[in-house]
Write a protein that binds this ligand. Structure first.
Ligand code: ADP
Ligand code: ZN
Ligand code: ZN
Length: 725
C-alpha cells in the first residue's frame, strides 16, 4: 500500500468539501477519475486543494479508474470554479459538474471523433517502397503532398489501415491533427464614424483587462463592431468568446459569423445540441482548434487557452442568469474571466442593465455610444402615447388605436399588437390622483391577493386589508393595473373584419415548424395584424412593420418588483425597434392611463440615459440594488407554514450576529404556489458586498443544520444577486 498516494476529488453532490481516495500515482488537478461513492460508480475530478478532514488511511478507498483520453481539465477552469463556489456559496463539486458537458460528467471515457490524419515521418519520407509492393508505393506517393484522412487513403488502397499501422510501428508514419487553416475574412460594410471610434478604442485595449459598455439601439451596428474586433483577435492568433441570449442564437446570426470568417472553426453551443456535438465543440475550444465560441449562458465555462476577447451581446437579457441549481450570472462570470485572463470584454446593449450603467457611471467600465442606425435611411420610429383616461375602451382598445390599425390596413402595411404580460402582479391604483398601493414598511408595492382580499408586500411580508376607496382622494373606482387583454384577438377581428390576424403565443409556436410557418405567412404578405406577447419583442425579423401598438404596459409601471420599470423600458425599446425597419418610418402607439409618467416620456424621447439616471436615483433612495447587495433564501414545502417556520428559524438564529446585514421576511414568493408547493423567501441585504458574503459564509452551517431538522420534503436554495424575487 505504501506506493499509493491520497488524492482529493470533487464529486457531483450537494456537499461542500472534497473527498479522499487512494491513487497508484500522484494525479494532476483536473484529472477525471472513476470512484465508488455511496455504492455507485461516479465520475470525479481531482481537486487542486485539500478540504476534507484527515481520515484513517485504512478506510480510504482506491480510485477505480483514470480517464486520460483527454488532458486534465485546465487550471483556468478550476480557478473559475473556485470563484463560482465561493461567490455563489455553492458546493464546489456540484459547480464544476454544472460547467462540464454531459459527456464528461459520467464515469466513462469521452468518445471523440478521431480527426487525426496519417502522415509520413522524415524516416518514412526518405525511403520509397520497392515498385513491386504496388499498394505501398501508391500510399507512399499519395502521402507526398501531406497528411490525409484514413478514408482518403483507403480509396488508394484497401490495405491502407494495415500498412499504416505497420509503418507507425517502424517509425515511418504518424498520426497528426490537421493544421489550422489560415484566417480568411470576407468583406463587411465600411464602418461609420462612431463604429470606427468604438473599434479603435476597444482594440487599443487588447492585451489587458478592461470592461467596455457598447450602447446602441438595435440596428446601430454593434454586431458589425464585434465582427471587426473578432477579426483583430483572430489575426493575432487569439480565441473569442461570444455570449448571446437564448433567443438571439439563430441560424441567421451563425450564418453571419460563418460568412465573415469562412475558414474559422466556430463552436456554436445551444441547448438543442446532442451530447456528442456539445463535447466536440467544447473540446475543440479547449484544444485551441475553435477560434470562436458563440453560445448561451453555459458557454461562459468553456475553456479557451488563447482567449483574447469576450463579447456579451444584449448584456441586460434575463436569460444570462441561471434560475435554478447553480444560480450564476453569465455576464458577471464573463467579467471575472476577462480579468483573470487579462483581456478586454465588451458588453453590448440598447438598454444596459442598471448594474452595468452604475459601473459605467462609476468609471469601472468605459462607455461607448452608437447613436444612429447603421443602415442609410433607417430612422428611429416616432413614439406616441394614447391617453385613455377620457376615452371609451372596447375590449381594451381605444378609438385612436383602432383608427391607426385601420389606416395601415388600407395602406396594406403590417401592424404588430403587443400585449405586455411579463411578471404581471396586480397592484391597486387610483386613475384619478395617481395613488398606488405602496408598502408602509419598505419601498415595494403591495400586491393584490383577490382570494384572501388582502394587499401583501412580497418584499417584507406586510399585509393589510383592501381599501374600498382611494386613501388619498376618496375615489371609489380604484382598480388593479394592467388587466383586460384576454379577448383582444376576437375584439380586433370584430372591429376590423377584413383584417388577416395572426396570433402568436406559446401554444401556436411550440414547434420549430410552427415558427417557420409564421415566418412564411409574414413574409408572403398573408398577415395584416400580428398579435402577441413579449416573445415578439426581440430577435425575430418580421420585415416591414409600420405600426407597433403596445397594450398593457401600465402594469409594469407600478409593480411589486422594483426591476419592473427597468424591464418594461427595455422591452418597450425593443418592441419599438420592430417598427420602421427597411426604409419605412415606423410609428409606435402606447395606450396608457399614465401619459405623464417619466418612463413614457423617456421612451418618447428615445432617451435611455435619462431613464437610467432617474431610475438609479430612485433605487438609491429606496436602498435597492445595484446600490446595495442582495441574496435571497428561498424555501418551498408542502405547507406554507413549514417553509415559513424554517425561514423564521434561520432569521432568529442568524439575526443575532447579522451585524450590518438586514433580513426581511419571511414573505411569500411572487409565485407563492408552484406545482403544488408553497414558496416563501427571506431577503438578505447589505450595503457592503464583503459583509454580505461573510454573513452568507457563516449562514451555510446554520442552513445545513436547520435543513436537517426541518419538515420532510422542505427544500431551500440560496440566490446571490437574485434577478427574480
Ligand atoms: P446591431 O447589432 O446593433 O443590431 P448590426 O451590426 O446587426 O446592428 O447592423 C444592423 C444592419 O446594418 C446590418 O444589416 C448590418 O449589416 C448593417 N450595417 C452595420 N454597420 C454598417 C455600416 N457601417 N454601413 C452599412 N451597413 C451597416
Ligand atoms: Zn386617488
Ligand atoms: Zn414591504
Amino acid at each position: 500500500m505504501d506506493t499509493f498516494e491520497t488524492v482529493e476529488v470533487l464529486l457531483d453532490v450537494p456537499l461542500h468539501g472534497t473527498f479522499t481516495y487512494l491513487a497508484p500515482a500522484a494525479l494532476a488537478p483536473g484529472t477525471r477519475v472513476e470512484v465508488n461513492f455511496r455504492g455507485r460508480k461516479q465520475c470525479a475530478v481531482v481537486s487542486s486543494g485539500v478540504v476534507s478532514p484527515a481520515l484513517d488511511p485504512a478506510k480510504i478507498k482506491p480510485v477505480a479508474g483514470v480517464f486520460d483520453e483527454l488532458p486534465p481539465l485546465p487550471a483556468a477552469l478550476l480557478r473559475l470554479i473556485d470563484f463560482v463556489a465561493a461567490y455563489y456559496h455553492y458546493p464546489k463539486g456540484a459547480a464544476l459538474f454544472t460547467a462540464l458537458p454531459t459527456a464528461l460528467r459520467v464515469p466513462q471515457a469521452a468518445r471523440l471523433a478521431d480527426r487525426r490524419l496519417w502522415g509520413l515521418t522524415t524516416v518514412g519520407l526518405a525511403e520509397a517502397p520497392p515498385p513491386r509492393q504496388r499498394a505501398r508505393l501508391a500510399l507512399w506517393q499519395a502521402l507526398q503532398g501531406g497528411a490525409l484522412p484514413l478514408a482518403a487513403l483507403r480509396a488508394v488502397s484497401m490495405q491502407a489501415g494495415k500498412v499504416l499501422a505497420q509503418w507507425q510501428e517502424e517509425g515511418k508514419a504518424e498520426r497528426v491533427l490537421p493544421a489550422l487553416p489560415e484566417l480568411a475574412v470576407a468583406a463587411g460594410p465600411g464602418l461609420n464614424q462612431e463604429q470606427q471610434a468604438a473599434l479603435d478604442a476597444i482594440s487599443a485595449s487588447f492585451g489587458h483587462f478592461q470592461s467596455w459598455l457598447l450602447q446602441g439601439v438595435t440596428g446601430s451596428g454593434k454586431t458589425e463592431v464585434y465582427l471587426r474586433l473578432i477579426e483583430c483577435a483572430l489575426a493575432a492568433g487569439r480565441q473569442v468568446l461570444v455570449l448571446v441570449p437564448e433567443i438571439s442564437l439563430t441560424p441567421q446570426l451563425l450564418q453571419r459569423f460563418a460568412g465573415r470568417f469562412p475558414a474559422t472553426r466556430i463552436a456554436a453551443l445551444h441547448s438543442s445540441l446532442a451530447d456528442g456535438e456539445r463535447l466536440e465543440a467544447w473540446v475543440d475550444a479547449w484544444q485551441g482548434r475553435a477560434g470562436i465560441v458563440i453560445g448561451t449562458r453555459l458557454s461562459v465555462f468553456v475553456p479557451l487557452p488563447a482567449l483574447g476577447l469576450i463579447v456579451v451581446d444584449e448584456e441586460h437579457d434575463g436569460s444570462l442568469k441561471q434560475q435554478d441549481g447553480l444560480r450564476y450570472h453569465a455576464r458577471d462570470l464573463a467579467i471575472w474571466r476577462a480579468r483573470d485572463a487579462g483581456v478586454p470584454i465588451v458588453l453590448g446593449s440598447a438598454t444596459p442593465s442598471l448594474e452595468t450603467v452604475a459601473n459605467a457611471e462609476a468609471g469601472r467600465y468605459r462607455r461607448l455610444y452608437l447613436r444612429e442606425r447603421a443602415h442609410a435611411g433607417a430612422v428611429l420610429p416616432a413614439v406616441h402615447l394614447v391617453d385613455t383616461r377620457l376615452l371609451r375602451l372596447t375590449d381594451g382598445l381605444s378609438e385612436p388605436v383602432v383608427a391607426a390599425l385601420q389606416k395601415r390596413l388600407q395602406r396594406r402595411e403590417m401592424s404588430l399588437v403587443f400585449i405586455n404580460r411579463r411578471g404581471y402582479s396586480p397592484v391597486l391604483a387610483c386613475p384619478q390622483c395617481g395613488w398606488t398601493s405602496g408598502c408602509k414598511r419598505c419601498s415595494s408595492k403591495l400586491v393584490l391577493h383577490l382570494m384572501q382580499r388582502v394587499l401583501r408586500c412580497h418584499h417584507c411580508g406586510w399585509e393589510e386589508a383592501v381599501p374600498r376607496v382611494c386613501p388619498d382622494c376618496g375615489n371609489l373606482d380604484i382598480q388593479p393595473l394592467g388587466e383586460g387583454t384576454q379577448r383582444l384577438e376576437s375584439a380586433i377581428q370584430r372591429l376590423l373584419p377584413e383584417a388577416r390576424v395572426l396570433r402568436i403565443d406559446r401554444d401556436s409556436t411550440r414547434s420549430k415548424d410552427a415558427w417557420d410557418e409564421v415566418y412564411r405567412k409574414v413574409h408572403a404578405g398573408e398577415v395584416d395584424i400580428l398579435i402577441g406577447t413579449q416573445m415578439l419583442a426581440k430577435g425575430h425579423d418580421f420585415g416591414a412593420l409600420s405600426l407597433v401598438l403596445v397594450l398593457g404596459a401600465d402594469g409594469g409601471l407600478y409593480s411589486a418588483d422594483f426591476r419592473a420599470g427597468e424591464r418594461l423600458f427595455s422591452m418597450l425599446m425593443q418592441v419599438a425597434g420592430r417598427a420602421g425597419r427597411a426604409g419605412l418610418r415606423g410609428e409606435v402607439l402606447v395606450q396608457t392611463q399614465w401619459p405623464e409618467h417619466p418612463l413614457y416620456l423617456s421612451l418618447v424621447a428615445h432617451d435611455f440615459d435619462g431613464f437610467a439616471i432617474r431610475e438609479l436615483a430612485a433605487r438609491r433612495d429606496a436602498h435597492f440594488p445595484p446600490l446595495i447587495f442582495q441574496a435571497l433564501l428561498r424555501a418551498d414545502a408542502h405547507a406554507a407554514h413549514e417553509a415559513d417556520a424554517f425561514l423564521q428559524q434561520v432569521k432568529d438564529e442568524a439575526g443575532a450576529w447579522a451585524g450590518p446585514v438586514a433580513l426581511f421576511g419571511p414573505a411569500p414568493a411572487t409565485m407563492a404556489r408552484l406545482a403544488g408547493r408553497e414558496r416563501m423567501q427571506l431577503v438578505i441585504e447589505c450595503a457592503d458586498r464583503r459583509a454580505l458574503h461573510q454573513f452568507l459564509d457563516s449562514l451555510l452551517p446554520v442552513l445545513a443544520g436547520l435543513g436537517r431538522k426541518a419538515a420532510r420534503g422542505l427544500r431551500w436554495s440560496l440566490d446571490v444577486d437574485p434577478t427574480e424575487m
